[in-house]
Design a protein around this ligand. Structure first.
Ligand code: FES
Ligand code: FES
Length: 156
């Protein structure tokens, strides 16, 4: 095989509880599948190298940079995006708290932060401030809305 060669892969993914069959190039990231193939555009592209948190989703309940994960590596896992946090029309408590605290400005970073916060709250329903800060430390917010976000997570 020559260096850099790619091949098409047929993958079966489970995203937000739904089985999805996709055919993608072997180098395709999970983020590109979510946004480009499945239309789940709530997950954002930021740095593209695992550093900003904008693209985070849950992979088997673990906050994960989807820009940094080959889609093939998500086969056999349960992927949850920000769209999967709510239960139909019923928002996740952390989504409600973000609205109540007005915890965003442009909103670009928020979907990644919401999934990390949801993972924290699933493991620890009453986190203290250091626990919230630790859970969100991989997320950048250029708008400086972190204070309100931490407050919102504690409220949730
Ligand atoms: S876009 Fe994935 S961490 Fe920045
Ligand atoms: S609200 Fe704008 S980057 Fe966080």
């Amino acid at each position: 095989m020559t260096g850099g060669a790619t091949q098409d892969l047929d993958l079966m993914l489970v995203v937000n509880g739904v089985r999805c069959q996709v055919t993608v190039d072997s180098g395709t990231t999970l983020l590109n599948v979510l946004r480009g193939e499945l239309g789940l555009t709530g997950t954002r592209f930021g740095c593209g190298s695992g550093l900003c948190g904008a693209c985070f989703v849950l992979v088997d309940a673990r906050p994960t940079a989807s820009c940094d994960l080959p889609a093939s590596a998500a086969v056999g896992t349960n992927v949850v995006t920000v769209e999967g946090l709510s239960d139909g029309d019923k928002l996740h408590p952390v989504q409600r708290a973000f609205i109540e605290e007005q915890a965003a400005q442009c909103g670009y970073c928020v979907s990644g932060i919401l999934v990390s916060a949801a993972a924290l709250l699933a493991a620890n329903p009453a986190p203290d401030e250091p626990a919230v800060l630790a859970a969100l430390e991989r997320h950048l917010c250029r708008c400086g809305a972190q204070r309100r976000m931490v407050k919102a997570v504690m409220r949730a």
